[in-house]
Ligand binder design. Structure first.
Ligand SMILES: C[C@H](O)[C@@H](O)[C@@H](O)[C@H](O)C(=O)O
Ligand SMILES: [Mg+2]
Length: 442
């Protein structure tokens, strides 16, 4: 077969004005405009690799700039030269001797790296004619392990241990595949519980969620204590006690306040408390977990690399591991985190929503089920009911479950008309906004 060469790369700043309706709002991020630094890898083979990293509006230009810089590492390369040694690709992208000073492996440059690594996986899967979950599930344990950078995590998970987990994961894979194709992967909804929503709206959306078959609901907390409790009681009134409710404070509190507030919220019997404090506070999370027990503690959407996850596991800081498809450097690093979670016996319940995150993470959870943990028990993928219409292969949800995607690739390809309309600042939507603002000022 003729090698596939990446002939051109394009990077786009794309932003959706979600803050206008408080969609995505929480106690800390009050006005998110769901956005992405988006890249397209054009090839000479009639297929393209698409990848994005999720941002909240302002600052996306920084990610775009970092992503533009990183694309030089793939420009002109054959796909084979990247996929024949996936860890080498990861090391090259994260190891630029000057650029890495801005991280290393964290922040803007790591977000950008996530977009690019994911674009390569999208292209790889399309070239193989498989969805990413299938590409991963069909790989040998040795191939998966060879995609992982073990430098900083081998003290917690050695390549040999990872191999043993993956070899075991091959047992019964066909049966699990049939199970997941028939029933899908369980999900939870955050769409009813955004911070900026009124009590009436929360009530109505919970009711609608129940009618649509949802059994797990997440509520944003971190406001005035009485407000959190009142809103939580509304959710309980609507969903009952047989369904599950989670609460998310989005890093609002210091450790001691997090302990007392988590204890107060215990009357709602949350299935987990998410991001109670700074995402970097590994020992703080461990203390909250101990002192606010039995409420389970979840974090990960802001956990910036596999080393942080390693320490969260080692310190016994979390009950739920919330991987994010592009906060860390894409598929490669998430493979490491999923395998570490399996070793430490912590369920992976991915962070999703935003723009494109649901499309992405479904592949990782399906892989986790098929090849690593082998179970869907106590595991749910987040779902947020927004912006899917902009994707060529949007997620499919049935009665609170993700249906297994079948199209080749990583499901994150946005439609060209959406990219045009929402590109920032020149897209139609932002031009209109500019006009409205200038008229209002006159
Ligand atoms: C600003 C974003 O919408 C966050 O609130 C969101 O990612 C959230 O933490 C979540 O868990 O979905
Ligand atoms: Mg969250």
């Amino acid at each position: 077969m003729k090698p596939i060469t990446i002939t051109n790369t394009r990077v786009i700043d794309v932003r959706f004005p979600t803050s206008r309706e408080h969609i995505g709002s929480d106690a800390v991020n009050k006005d998110p405009d769901y956005s992405a630094a988006y890249c397209i890898l054009e090839t000479d083979a009639g297929i393209e690799g698409h990848g994005l990293t999720f941002t909240l509006g302002r600052g996306t230009e920084l990610c775009v700039s970092a992503l533009r810089y990183l694309t030089q590492f793939v420009q002109g390369r054959t796909l084979e030269s990247l996929t024949s040694n996936l860890n080498a690709m990861y090391l090259e992208l994260t190891g630029d001797t000057q650029f890495r000073w801005l991280g290393p492996e964290k922040g803007v440059i790591h977000l950008a790296c996530g977009a690019l690594v994911n674009a390569v996986w999208d292209l790889y899967a399309k070239a193989e004619g498989k969805p990413v979950w299938r590409l991963l599930a069909d790989m040998t344990p040795e191939q998966i392990v060879s995609a992982i950078d073990f430098r900083y995590i081998a003290d917690a998970l050695s390549p040999e241990e990872a191999l043993a987990i993956l070899r075991k994961g091959k047992e019964g894979q066909q049966q699990r595949l049939a199970e997941i194709i028939a029933g899908g992967y369980p999900a939870y909804t955050t769409s009813a519980g955004w911070f900026g929503f009124s009590d009436e709206k929360i009530r109505r959306l919970c009711r609608e969620g129940i009618a649509d078959g949802w059994t797990h609901f997440k509520l944003k907390v971190g406001g005035v204590p009485e407000d959190d409790l009142r809103r939580g009681r509304i959710v309980r009134e609507e969903i009952g006690w047989q369904n599950r409710m989670m609460v998310d404070a989005n890093q609002k509190w210091g450790v001691e306040e997090a302990i007392s507030r988590t204890r107060q919220l215990a009357e709602l019997q949350p299935w987990w408390m998410e991001e109670p404090t700074s995402p970097d506070d590994i020992l703080g999370h461990a203390r909250i977990r101990r002192e606010a027990a039995p409420t389970r503690i979840a974090t990960g959407e802001h956990c910036h690399n596999s080393v942080m996850f390693k320490q969260l596991f080692q310190a016994g800081s979390i009950d739920v591991c919330q991987i994010d498809s592009c906060r860390v450097a894409g598929v490669n690093e998430n493979l490491a985190i999923i395998l570490m979670a399996a070793k430490f016996g912590i369920p992976v319940c991915p962070h999703a929503g935003g723009v494109g995150l649901c499309e992405y993470v479904q592949h990782l959870s399906i892989f986790d089920f098929l090849s690593v943990s082998g179970t869907m028990e106590n595991r749910v993928i987040e779902y947020v009911d927004h912006l899917h219409e902009h994707f060529r292969y949007p997620v499919k949800i049935r009665r609170g479950h993700y249906l297994v995607p079948t199209d080749p690739g990583y499901s994150c390809e946005m439609l060209p008309e959406s990219l045009n309309k929402f590109s920032f600042p020149e897209g139609e939507v932002w031009k209109e906004q500019e006009l409205e603002t200038s008229l209002a000022q006159k």
